[in-house]
Design a protein around this ligand. Structure first.
Ligand code: TEU
Length: 549
């Protein structure tokens, strides 16, 4: 099976639709909206974790890999979901959080109880001296990456929250557990797997980070990671020819991504990387926000597109996910040109070489939350950042601005179905506030307007299925030095595609050798004209197509 014509839709289940009126989204809520997703035309739904969890990190702290959290529903609900998806030719992608478990997981509890078998499932080390952790690594959510356990006079590693203990992948029993978990869900009909921070599983020793950074050079793309992935592939998902896998990679290099997702590597089908979503980080710091650096963004797209294609490796194509602010607020203009910039961003990403992902609500133009009080926030990373940034001397006003720009909660507000009280997400106060702009931005409005963003996404998905050049064409950068336009060509022996996007609210022009035998496949203004001396209006974007024979 080829995955090259597929498009994935991501659902953060807690925020999609609440069918049982408790303020939390659930599986029955998803089932109620499958017709909507079928209409959009997607092939896979990636669900953020729905397994049992104390919920300290939105389900990425798994306490039982084989049982669904009752807040989402029962195994019968899941089986119904699976049947209803199959009827609509939609496959299910599950999120496998294998770098760490919740400290509530039975394995960790057994470890704490002193069982040496389970203690070796985790990474326990002696401190440097009393009260001093084994090394200077920092948790990605702030503070030291080690937690002291008095009973052992040892510390356990947690690269994320203190309740997310890192697993010891050098232990073959741990690796076998992971294979069994995947096979458990495969038996239940799951064909897609997203692997959370999978490039962090192999640690390169436990020395101090000499640069006093966070320690990432010791665990990113570590020495055995490729070996572990090949082993996992051989004994689990690789047995399924229909499947689609994607690794979520933190700060991975291009060469490692070639290995993770090369067609002949026998590891994964594709990779998520985040380099292009750090172009608005000042000095590479998430909470130090700057305007996005367009030249860097273009350069990153061009380098990664050409670098991966050269070695037949495959990227996931995305602007949004549950960890990122909304792209319309970040790279577009939600105030003055929401429709034009939303369509432009969609076109720019969907016509590239790779597998497009749409994060729920992106297709209707959802924006950042614009929360202005701390009590609106729910995410552990944001709440920690608030404290740490104040301690570091940032003013309260600037901290709130930083959260407004980069908090993960921007992506996690409830799906906006219509303009009623809770946007028809629920009939109860939701676990996190609905964005007040649901009175204008919602599914109902989108479906009623043939010119809406929803139908633009629907068309982009249909085009990918129709044109081989979108699925497989070679990517060639165009207008590389243009200060406002991101443009590229895709080509096969028979077909050529030219994609032109103005990333700004100001008009601009360009020159390219375009003849009139191009057709316009999709655009975001009604009266687009083709010319070698092109003129673009604010956020104007179009795709030109030409058959060579
Ligand atoms: O995220 C991995 C990760 O390193 C970051 O994207 C992280 O979310 C953070 O925003 C950095 O600023 C994955 C999941 O997608 C995320 O939701 C989890 O919190 C994390 O792993 C831990 O499982």
């Amino acid at each position: 099976m080829s995955f090259k014509d597929k498009v994935v839709y991501q659902i953060y289940p807690k925020s999609f639709c609440d069918a049982n009126g408790d303020g939390l989204g659930d599986i029955q809520g998803v089932i109620a909206h499958l017709d909507y997703l079928e209409k959009l035309g997607i092939d896979y739904i990636w669900f953020n974790p729905m397994t049992v969890s104390p919920g300290n990190d939105g389900g990425y702290d798994v306490a039982d890999y084989r049982a669904l959290d009752p807040i989402y529903g029962t195994m019968e609900d899941f089986e119904e979901l699976s049947r209803e998806c199959a009827k609509r030719h939609i496959s299910i992608m599950f999120d496998m959080v294998f770098n760490h478990t919740s400290t509530h997981h039975e394995w960790f509890q057994q470890a704490l109880a002193g069982d040496p078998y389970y203690k070796d499932y985790y990474i326990f080390k002696k401190g440097k001296s009393p009260g001093i952790p084994p090394n200077n690594w920092q948790s990605k959510f702030g503070g030291p990456a080690w937690e002291y356990v008095e009973a052992f006079d040892e510390w356990y590693l947690h690269l994320f929250d203190v309740t997310q203990a890192d697993l010891n992948w050098t232990n073959p029993h741990v690796r076998k557990e992971m294979q069994d978990i995947i096979n458990f869900w495969r038996d239940k009909g799951v064909h897609g797997f997203r692997f959370d921070v999978i490039n962090l599983i192999s640690k390169r020793g436990f020395d101090d980070d000499p640069n006093n950074f966070d320690g990432r050079q010791f665990y990113t793309d570590g020495p055995h990671v490729h070996e572990y992935l090949k082993e996992l592939n051989t004994h689990s998902f690789g047995l399924d020819e229909e499947g689609l896998t994607v690794g979520e990679l933190s700060a991975a290099t291009i060469n490692n991504c070639i290995e993770y997702s090369g067609e002949d590597s026998h590891e994964l089908n594709s990779v998520f990387t985040f380099h292009h979503l750090k172009v608005d980080y000042k000095d590479k710091k998430k909470w130090h926000v700057q305007d996005f650096d367009f030249a860097e963004l273009k350069e990153l797209f061009n380098t990664w597109q050409t670098g991966l294609q050269k070695h037949k490796a495959w990227p996931a194509l995305f602007w949004n996910c549950h960890d990122q602010p909304r792209s319309l607020s970040r790279f577009g203009d939600e105030k003055n040109y929401p429709l034009e910039s939303g369509k432009m961003l969609a076109t720019a990403i969907h016509m590239m070489r790779g597998i497009p992902y749409i994060y729920m609500g992106e297709e209707i133009g959802m924006t950042n939350a614009h929360f202005n009080q701390l009590s609106d926030y729910r995410d552990v990373e944001s709440l920690n950042a608030y404290k740490i940034l104040l301690e570091e001397g940032m003013s309260e006003e600037d901290v709130m601005k930083a959260l407004q720009a980069h908090s993960r909660d921007n992506a996690r507000t409830p799906m906006q179905w219509d303009d009623t009280k809770y946007a028809s997400f629920s009939d109860h106060q939701p676990w996190i506030n609905v964005n007040p702009n649901h009175d204008q931005i919602n599914v109902k409005e989108n479906l009623e307007d043939p010119n809406s963003l929803f139908y633009h996404y629907q068309k982009l998905i249909a085009l990918r299925k129709q044109y081989q050049v979108i699925q497989e064409g070679r990517y060639v950068p165009l207008l590389e030095d243009h200060p406002q336009i991101f443009a590229y060509k895709r080509e096969t022996d028979q077909e050529e595609l030219i994609v032109i996007n103005n990333f700004y609210g100001q008009e601009t022009s360009f020159s390219l050798p375009l003849s009139d035998d191009y057709d316009i496949l999709i655009s975001n203004y009604k009266d687009t004209t083709i010319s070698s001396e092109g003129h673009l209006r604010p956020y104007e974007s179009y795709v030109l197509y030409h058959r060579k024979d």
